[in-house]
Design a binder for this molecule. Structure first.
Ligand code: ADP
Ligand code: MG
Length: 827
């Protein structure tokens, strides 16, 4: 048995690979500069592909053929045009080249399995894109690990901490392309990510871009005849500006790094093509002025993470810094000042993720290798069962392995440690096996336990693992809710949660829905199953579709009618493959689909339309609320409105900006802002629904004595689960309960004779030409008036029934108004 053993940090800016062996992690150095990582850069030159430092050197001279930061476009449909090859290349292909290069550092070992890290905030599509890159680089087994977990594993395993009581940490990862902050819980031996926040478009690269825009460009303009320089650079007006852009970016990054060590730095620019020959001085203060806004963005996410989990900074024991950008002293100081928590920079922020990925790889059995071994061993192994008792995570230098064995078949056993350092030899079994085995320190120890028959022929073999002194993770959390879009009465749709954010993968669930429209056989009508990733209960449009099935009436052998049941089974694996099975029993129709989408489109038009419609909704909300004078709420949504207005403007202006990630940044910021708005509005609506529930319940209680036993029982049933749904923060769920209660109340009310007083007044004031006979109508009205005067309700009821019969056109029953036609077909 083998573990995965190879760990890879596939970073936006830098990537690296390491191997786990006997409790130790060894980073494979980049043979060129003998560094721990290589820049995640690929260059194409005269048919040759170069990767890492060599590629990075060509950024300026050969910018049309050099590609970096493509991790930020993972999962998008964006392609890069490679002049040298005269064809397009995808972010997945570029990532795959980096992975291949890294694998080649493991000289002679030809790794087939690897743990590859992803940001905690990577959605399903980005996750699948990363897996695809791994497989196309030649790995046969790819396990994904979220970066903050990796960083924590590295930290806790290297520091050799003795943690007696449970503690909470923050992992603050500010890298080259992404920002992630995770809240983790750690106890004696296990780590768990409780929650996280992130922005996939906030990183060191953005500081470099701002450095060029806000510091270098104005200085060049002030000292040369060049005008409007930033616009020309950003739109890459021509090849000269493109070259200058990359040269300035390169210099900005170097200057930024220098300012982490010194109070001032300078940049020399000798650019013949535009006659720019300058020596620019830049101070730390100038840099910090542009850094502040970006740091604030990261800090807001950090604060939000804390408050949303009902914590305070004082509940956090330490903040672990990860990512090259955290070298910047301002960031360390500000974090310390604003949180007053210990800022721990004791591990190298640029290799922590590689180390953690590799610790994980060292504890994760490879299914690939196991399969091969199974094939070889299967001939020898008989039906014998072997139940072993042992502690898989140990702090001691030896552990006990115990097993009860059936003596009539098994006569001998042998235990061997995988590294060969321990071997019991073949021993006789006396009813049970009981053996203390020595453990390698801080390592995952593999043991093979073999059973032999009377003639010492092997009849069974089993592999187990015991980890000594290493931290383990309690599994990986799902980063977002996964929901099913279903119809709502208003004609809108809402997201019903299938899997909950932060629950541990893998998961499965079955849900039952009702068909909300008629779909006739052989028609083109469709049942739509749309699975989205995002916040349950928020606007569907602000989330991401990850699975979509249309089931057309053309596939049906019978009609699918409103009210019929649809059963849906969902499964999601640790590496986030999502599969769904749809079963409609009345049609005996079953559909299976596995989703692993790895591409999506961000269209500028759609983007601005979405921002616009969110703005409209916010304006409407503001108008409604202004009357209520709820100032605190108003100021919060107005702030979001201002923010979205800026994004809207940006989305209209960036049309021809080819060189930056602006489109994706706006898309990401839009998502964050709309979610914030959603949260606020939802909270308010939830309160409204709770009020409504309480009111209906009060009314109900006053009618309770008139209810039938069945109605009473149904009422009790709702009340029993009251706590659960009132605290769910899900407006749709509470609304659903309100509806149930309303319906029950109606049932009781309609059966009451007093109800006929209302009916009578209704019939009485209809025009007499609506009745078949005006004279009969008048007679009945007289009778009714008398009955009313005498409070004779049975008589009044009879009159109402006759009036109803006399009507030319009968009004529809109440039930008809209650059932609605859905768009998707599921409710
Ligand atoms: P990623 O995880 O995105 O691959 P890293 O964690 O390797 O990135 O961080 C790379 C980023 O850190 C780059 O933007 C780089 O400019 C920045 N960086 C590295 N060293 C320093 C430094 N000393 N000061 C400021 N920024 C730095
Ligand atoms: Mg990183």
């Amino acid at each position: 048995m083998k573990n995965i053993n190879f760990g890879i940090d596939l970073g936006t800016t830098n990537s690296g690979i390491a191997k786990y062996e006997n409790g130790k992690v060894t980073i494979f150095k980049n043979p060129v500069g003998f560094k721990d990582t290589i820049p995640s850069v690929v260059s194409f030159r005269k048919g040759r592909i170069q990767i890492g430092d060599k590629a990075r050197e060509h950024v300026i001279s050969n910018s049309n053929n050099v590609f970096s930061s493509f991790k930020r476009k993972m999962g998008s449909d964006e392609n890069y045009f490679v002049e040298d090859l005269d064809k397009n290349i995808t972010p997945i292909e570029l990532s795959s080249m980096i992975l291949k290069e890294l694998a080649s550092f493991a000289q002679g070992e030809n790794p087939k399995t690897a743990v590859i890290t992803i940001p905690a905030s990577f959605d399903t599509i980005q996750t699948n894109a990363t897996k695809k890159a791994g497989y196309s680089a030649g790995f046969e087994e790819v396990v994904l690990l979220q970066e903050p977990i990796a960083a924590c594993l590295a930290y806790s395993n290297i520091q050799n901490l003795e943690i007696a009581t449970e503690k909470k940490w923050l992992v603050y990862d500010f890298g080259g392309g992404t920002f992630d902050v995770a809240l983790v819980k750690i106890d004696e031996r296990e780590l768990k990510v409780i929650d996280h926040k992130g922005n996939n478009f906030l990183g060191g690269v953005d500081l470099d871009t701002l450095f060029v825009e806000k510091i270098i460009c104005p200085k060049i303009e002030a000292n040369s005849s060049v005008e409007n320089l930033w616009n020309k650079l950003a739109s890459q007006e021509n090849s000269i500006y493109k070259k200058l852009y990359f040269e300035l970016l390169f210099k900005a990054e170097e200057a930024k790094k220098e300012l982490s060590l010194k109070p001032t730095t300078n940049i020399e620019i000798d650019f013949d093509e535009l006659d720019i020959f300058l020596d620019i001085d830049i101070s730390k203060e100038e840099f910090e002025a542009i850094l502040k806004a970006k740091f604030d963005e990261s800090f807001q996410l950090t604060e939000k993470l804390i408050t949303e989990n009902r914590l305070q900074f004082s509940d956090i024991e330490r903040i672990i810094l990860v990512g090259g950008t955290t070298y910047i002293p301002y960031i360390r100081e500000e974090l310390q000042k604003r949180t007053e928590i210990i800022i721990d920079s004791s591990i190298d922020p640029t290799t922590a993720v590689i180390l953690g990925a590799t610790f994980y790889a060292g504890s994760k059995p490879s299914e690939l290798v196991e399969k091969e071994e199974e094939n070889v061993a299967s001939e020898k192994v008989s039906e014998v069962k072997l139940e072993l008792i042992f502690e898989p995570h140990s702090k001691d230098s030896e552990e006990l392995i115990v097993a009860i064995v059936d003596n009539s078949i098994s006569h001998y056993y042998r235990i061997i440690r995988a590294d060969g350092g321990f071997d019991t030899g073949i021993l006789k079994i006396n009813q049970k096996i009981s053996e203390f085995v020595p453990l390698l320190e801080k390592a995952t120890n593999g043991f093979t336990i073999s059973l032999y028959d009377f003639g010492q022929n092997q009849i069974h073999q089993k592999n187990i693992q015991i980890t000594n002194g290493l931290y383990n993770i309690l599994g990986q959390p799902l980063p977002n809710d996964i929901c099913l879009e279903v119809d709502e009465q208003s004609g809108k749709t809402y997201m019903e949660r299938i899997f909950k954010k932060n629950d541990i993968l893998p998961m499965k669930k079955t849900i039952y829905k009702t068909c909300s429209k008629n779909i006739l056989k052989n028609s083109d009508d469709k049942l739509i199953i749309n699975i989205v990733e995002g916040n349950a209960g928020s606007m569907v449009g602000s989330n991401l579709t990850i699975g979509y099935i249309e089931i057309s009436g053309r596939n049906f052998t019978q009609d699918l009618l409103k009210g019929m049941d649809v059963e849906l089974n969902f499964k999601i694996s640790e590496s986030r493959d999502l599969s769904v099975n749809v079963y409609i029993s009345s049609l005996d129709l079953e559909i299976n689909e596995v989703f692993n989408p790895h591409q999506r489109t961000v269209s500028l038009e759609k983007l601005s339309a979405e921002v616009k419609s969110a703005l409209d909704e916010i304006n409407e909300e503001i108008e409604n609320e202004e009357a209520e004078e709820n100032y605190e709420y108003l100021s919060k949504i107005k702030r979001i409105k201002d923010y979205l207005a800026v994004l809207y403007n940006d989305s209209l202006e960036i049309a021809d900006d080819k060189s930056t990630d602006k489109k994706y940044q706006i898309d990401e910021m839009k998502r964050i802002a709309i979610q914030e708005f959603d949260d606020l509005v939802r909270h308010k609506h939830v309160l409204g629904e709770i009020d409504e529930y309480r009111r209906t319940k009060d009314v109900f209680e006053s009618y309770l004595e008139r209810a039938t036993p069945r109605q009473k029982e149904e009422f009790e049933k709702i009340i029993r689960t009251e706590k659960e749904f009132l605290e769910s923060n899900n407006k749709y769920l509470i609304k659903q309960k309100n509806k149930e209660l309303d319906k029950l109340l109606d049932d009781i009310y309609y059966k009451q004779d007093e109800r006929y007083i209302d009916f009578f007044y209704h019939f009485r004031f209809l025009d007499d030409d609506q009745y078949k006979s005006a004279s009969n109508f008048n007679k009945l009205v007289n009778l009714g008036d008398k009955a009313l005067e005498n409070k004779n309700l049975p008589e009044l009821k009879a009159v109402c029934n006759q009036l109803y019969d006399l009507l030319k056109v009968k009004p529809k029953g109440k039930e008809d108004f209650n059932s609605f036609d859905g768009n998707l077909g599921l409710k």
